[in-house]
Structure formats: C-alpha cells, structure tokens
Design a protein. Structure first.
Length: 135
C-alpha cells in the first residue's frame, strides 16, 4: 500500500520535502494501475519511466547540495540512491520485457525503501542543510 506523506518525514529542507512528496505521489499513481489489461501495462510502463526520471532529478539535486556543503557521508548517500534507481530500472525493464513482477510487491518495496531512506539517510543531512538555509 502506498505511503501517504506526513510531516514526520520532513527533512527540514522545503525543496527536498517537495521532491519527496512527489515521489510518494508517483508511487501512489503506480499503485493505482491495474495489471489486467494492455492499456494498463502501458500506464505502468509510463509511470515507472516517470518515477525513474523524477528519481534521477531528485537524487541529482540532493547530491549537488550535499557536495556543495561538503557532506561527510555523501558516498554512502550516492550508493543508496544508485541502488534505488537500479531497482526502478530493473522493474521497468521487466515490464517492458513482458516479465512482470507483481505490482503490489514493486510498490511495497519502493515505498518501504524510500521511507527508510528518508528517515535514516536523509535525516542525517538535515542539520547541515538547514544550517546553510537552502530553502
């Protein structure tokens, strides 16, 4: 089940909170797709592509900010980002190739990973970026 955004997920940086909200919206959109028709297969592929593109955009912006302010755990953050992107790309490739994992499993995995990433890895940079007032 798609996770709804709430303020406990805020990293205290408005720009990144907005990005995270959009990622949750895209995951919810993916959850609403029905797996039972060709038309919905096209919607699933399109939504996975949109999620992949937006994820690349968000992670790039986050990494640039962290690099700008010499975040000491940037490499770990990048590795986590790369893993998430690779999972989305893998799911997308499987859908395009006709080998479709259960959509519920995909959404659950991506939701849980994103939430854990925000609450752990992203929360670690909160004070650094809030101190730099990048809002």
């Amino acid at each position: 089940m798609a996770i709804e955004w709430n303020e406990t997920y805020s990293v205290g940086v408005e720009l990144f909170d907005e990005h995270h909200k959009q990622l949750f919206v895209l995951l919810h959109k993916l959850e609403l797709c029905n797996e039972n028709s060709q038309e919905n297969d096209d919607l699933i592929n399109k939504t996975l592509k949109e999620l992949m593109e937006y994820t690349h955009y968000h992670f790039s912006e986050e990494e640039k900010a962290l690099e700008r302010y010499n975040y000491n755990d940037l490499e770990r953050q990048k590795k986590g980002h790369a893993y998430f992107v690779s999972q989305i790309e893998d799911y997308h490739s499987k859908y395009l190739g006709g080998s479709k994992p259960q959509l519920t499993d995909v959404v659950n995995f991506l939701n849980e990973w994103l939430l854990q990433h925000i609450l752990d890895s992203d929360f670690r940079y909160t004070q650094l970026l809030k101190d730099k007032i990048i809002n």
